[in-house]
Design a protein around this ligand. Structure first.
Ligand SMILES: C[S@@+](CC[C@H](N)C(=O)[O-])C[C@H]1O[C@@H](n2cnc3c(N)ncnc32)[C@H](O)[C@@H]1O
Length: 184
């Protein structure tokens, strides 16, 4: 996304709660490792690790990745962080397969189309982000970095819808969904 994420993380956004969909649906992820795509400074990854998950976090920002590595080392948590540009065509992704994939506040439709291959049968995607109504509120009606209304209710090929919702949460308009790889 067009923002200086290194500067954002250097300014230290501080501890933040995990995304709603991660808090609410983590329990449905089958046993196994979780991949956190564009995981930033790890609010979701550390939440999952505290619940016994091994998490691999990918992010483009070297500042975010070093912060995650430092905290994981200091606290002895099972979070591995890799610096990867997910907008490369195609990005080099860890082979997996994973029991869960988190896509939290990172909009890449080409990446979403590749999620099936990253998951075990029965594996879950937890996805959340700002919705088109938030883009309107921010004066960016045509920006591609927002999910359209209803978009997350239509999973990509190979995945089925488990749950979804959208609307105002706190001060912002958001969409979230849970998708499952068919096969169990
Ligand atoms: C809004 S933050 C979300 C971070 C985290 N998922 C969360 O919910 O807290 C967007 C993240 O996407 C990362 N990012 C932006 N472009 C990227 C790219 N091309 N490849 C990988 N990560 C990217 C940024 O560094 C930033 O950490």
């Amino acid at each position: 996304m067009p923002r200086d994420w290194d500067a954002y993380y250097r300014a230290d956004p501080g501890a933040r709660e995990p995304a709603f969909v991660v808090r609410a649906y983590e329990f449905l992820i089958p046993e196994g490792g979780v991949l956190d795509l564009a995981g930033g400074d790890g609010r979701n990854a550390f939440f999952l690790a505290r619940r016994g998950r091994r998490v691999t976090l990918l992010d483009k920002s070297p500042v975010a990745v070093s912060r995650v590595r430092e905290v994981a080392w200091r606290d002895g948590t099972a979070v591995r962080a890799l610096q990867i540009d997910l907008e490369e065509n195609p990005p080099v992704l860890p082979p997996g397969p994973f029991a869960g994939v988190v896509v939290s506040y990172f909009v890449s439709r080409p990446l979403v189309a590749r999620l099936e291959a990253l998951l075990v049968a029965g594996g879950l995607v937890l996805i959340e982000g700002f919705n088109r109504c938030e883009a309107l509120r921010r004066g960016r009606p045509g920006s591609p970095y927002y999910w359209d209304s209803g978009e997350l209710t239509v999973p990509p090929r190979g995945l089925e819808l488990v749950a979804a919702g959208e609307g105002w949460q706190g001060a912002a308009c958001r969409s979230w969904a849970v998708w499952r790889r068919a096969g169990l």
